[in-house]
Design a protein around this ligand. Structure first.
Ligand SMILES: Cc1cc2nc3c(=O)[nH]c(=O)nc-3n(C[C@H](O)[C@H](O)[C@H](O)COP(=O)(O)OP(=O)(O)OC[C@H]3O[C@@H](n4cnc5c(N)ncnc54)[C@H](O)[C@@H]3O)c2cc1C
Length: 295
């Protein structure tokens, strides 16, 4: 990762958090003891610095809630389990705070049920807040309007060509066009071209709608690309289809005994390092034989 990007992230990150706090209803809280990816590196923190959204009652979003993508791991019975809760619950009955946290989660669920609240946490709570922020500021959102190309004039991008109800039209930009279409995790051709083999468009927990449309539109007009061969790689648990094992930071160096014959070490950062090196053979071979691209 180029230094300029890392420095920009550190310098401007707090500004982004202030912006979100001012412009959206989402609030964030620290996830204590959720280790950095590479805490052993200079400046790394074993106690972590991740923040996550505070669970919120999103009744205010009403019908728009139907558009939310379901969380990729959903707790049963609509229980709201935050990352901070998960960290305490994941050791199961081996610690006292596991069952205590579970009871607390259950009690909260009963109370929110009685209050008829529609509670959301994690990524959903971020997206709900962002959506409400757009509504509050009168920003138009066009659903079902895929971009089919960028419009250029005199070497400058001046708009986007889109399909709406089967009709092609142009949205002209007043100041600039920002491509925010995520990664290309669901695009087989781009994965085969840029990522280590084998690869498969279904090996992802990212948005199924991330088909690389933004990348293709940019490449089509000669835009430069960078870091296309890099990805956040996770391991999947063969016992739980499509579940990337996420315990690495919650239980750094923990031993997973769910696969009794082949326990897996959740070495923090291992998957990241191996992924960046283009090595997809399995960061912690053993239970997790197949390594898949996470996001
Ligand atoms: C399971 C999982 C856990 C994660 N956990 C964390 C975490 O704890 N902390 C953290 O910081 N990050 C985490 N991440 C990473 C984080 O979610 C992503 O880095 C972030 O969402 C990327 O934001 P984005 O806006 O670039 O893309 P996305 O959030 O992927 O959004 C892209 C959007 O563009 C839309 N789109 C794509 N193609 C088109 C098209 N052609 N036309 C129209 N729309 C299109 C998609 O529908 C999507 O809504 C996690 C990711 C996953 C998958």
């Amino acid at each position: 990762m180029p230094k300029v990007r890392r420095d920009t992230f550190l310098d401007r990150g707090p500004e982004v958090m202030d912006f979100l706090r001012e412009q959206t209803p989402t609030r964030f809280a620290w996830v204590p003891e959720y280790a950095d990816y590479l805490p052993e590196q200079p400046g790394g923190r074993v106690r972590g610095r991740s923040v996550e959204p505070v669970p919120m009652d999103a009744s205010f979003l009403d019908d728009e809630l139907g558009r939310l993508t379901k969380p990729y791991t959903k707790a049963p019975a609509n229980l709201i389990v935050t990352q901070a809760d998960f960290r305490k619950i994941s050791p199961g009955l081996r610690t006292l705070r596991g069952p205590v946290t579970m009871v607390r989660v259950l009690v909260k669920r009963i109370i929110s049920g009685l209050r008829r609240q529609r509670m959301y946490a994690m990524g959903n709570a971020i997206v709900i807040g962002l959506r409400q922020g757009l509504i509050d500021h009168g920003v138009d959102v066009h659903y079902g309007t895929p971009p089919v190309g960028l419009v250029t004039e005199e070497g400058r991008v001046v708009g986007v060509s889109v399909m709406r109800d089967g009709v092609r039209s142009t949205i002209r930009a007043t100041r600039g066009v920002i491509l925010g279409s995520g990664g290309f995790e669901s695009n087989r051709e781009l994965r085969e071209k840029f990522l280590p083999q084998p690869t498969d468009a279904s090996w992802t927990t990212g948005a199924a709608s991330n088909t690389g449309g933004g990348h293709e539109a940019g490449i089509a007009i000669g835009a430069a690309t960078d870091l296309m061969d890099d990805a956040r790689v996770g391991t999947d648990d063969p016992a739980a289809q499509r579940t990337v094992v996420l315990l690495g930071r919650a239980q750094p160096a923990g031993l997973d005994h769910r696969q009794r014959r082949r326990p897996a070490v959740h070495e923090r950062g291992a998957a990241l390092r191996r992924g960046h090196q283009g090595d997809l053979r399995g960061p912690c071979d053993g239970a997790q034989r197949r390594t898949r691209l996470g996001w």
